[in-house]
Design a protein. Structure first.
Length: 306
């Protein structure tokens, strides 16, 4: 870690501690896709109320001239507001009841290697370097959703097993955020463009079988890379393409689909993906550098790069 960055984090933690009087042991730095501070505000029966602060954005502001004491003061004000008003604590406690939590479960993809620390005691499955992580919706408003990872102890308290919870979450994800194909002409020309539905027999959606490929996401778009793994989606795409297909995850939000019949090779896709990740994709949205493939004969996914 860069020494200036390390010093910034240390001073930021101390500043928040001084202003809020929250103990240092409850202000933890977590390195991952998005470096952040987890600030624990309260705990009850194993459920924590916490604020998560994105450190890399703050460090960028600091490098651009923002004063560290001003940054610490702004964060502390938000933290104290959340603490004094119990913003999401009561809603999080509701998740201890499985009948309440069941319909709120969903799956989000994150990179496994960059998030091993935060995946401890969390319900997830892996495929290659991708972690299929189970979350629950805590609250939803006009700005989006507030969610929390499902911890293993919660599953035990529910009297369920992790496979059942994972399957329920995958099923919910499909209905909460159905898959969509996004065509460039629609994205560029129509602000209200909501993508192309393709899963129903009555849907008309011609996929591009050339090297250009197709953009797959969900109706929500945020964290839409999960779309290709939702029930029946890969099978339907291979049927429309009449071939196996490669998957290029340009971010956690979408995946490019390329027919294996287009003549494009995995090594070429990987080169393009590396350029995209370096020049376009924010580090916080990174998922994987590997190229994956769906085999329509075996109905299985496989990694096709080293």
């Amino acid at each position: 870690m860069d020494k200036n960055y390390e010093l910034f984090i240390k001073q930021l933690i101390n500043g928040i501690h001084d202003i809020t009087n929250i103990s240092l042991e409850n202000i933890k730095f977590v390195k991952g896709n998005e470096d952040r501070l987890n600030i624990i505000l309260a705990e009850h029966d194993g459920i924590y109320e916490a604020c998560s602060v994105h450190v890399d954005e703050l460090y960028t502001a600091y490098q651009d001239g923002a004063k560290l004491n001003v940054i610490a003061n702004n964060i502390s004000n938000d933290v104290l507001h959340a603490k004094n008003n119990n913003v999401y604590y009561d809603k999080t406690k509701e998740l201890m009841d499985y009948d309440t939590a069941k319909s709120r479960l969903f799956v989000r993809l994150i990179n496994y290697d960059k998030n091993t620390d935060i995946l401890r005691n969390v319900v997830y499955k892996t495929f290659g370097d991708i972690a299929f992580t189970v979350y629950a919706i805590v609250d939803e408003n006009e700005f989006g959703i507030v969610s929390t990872k499902i911890l293993k102890f919660m599953v035990k308290k529910w009297g369920k097993n992790e496979n059942d919870i994972f399957n329920e979450a995958i099923k919910n994800t499909y209905y909460l955020t159905p898959p969509r194909i996004y065509k460039w002409e629609g994205v560029l020309c129509d602000e209200s463009y909501a993508g192309e539905s393709f899963m129903n027999d009555e849907d008309i959606c011609d996929l591009d079988k050339s090297f250009s490929g197709n953009t797959l996401s969900t109706t929500r778009k945020t964290n839409g890379a999960i779309a290709v793994f939702l029930p029946g989606v890969a099978e339907k795409i291979s049927e429309l393409l009449d071939s196996d297909f490669y998957m290029v995850f340009t971010s956690i939000h979408e995946v490019m689909i390329h027919s294996t019949g287009s003549g494009v090779a995995p090594k070429d896709l990987k080169l393009v993906l590396r350029d995209t990740l370096r020049e376009v994709t924010p580090s916080s949205d990174y998922l994987t550098e590997e190229i994956y493939k769906y085999n329509r004969k075996t109905h299985k996914f496989e990694c096709v790069t080293d």
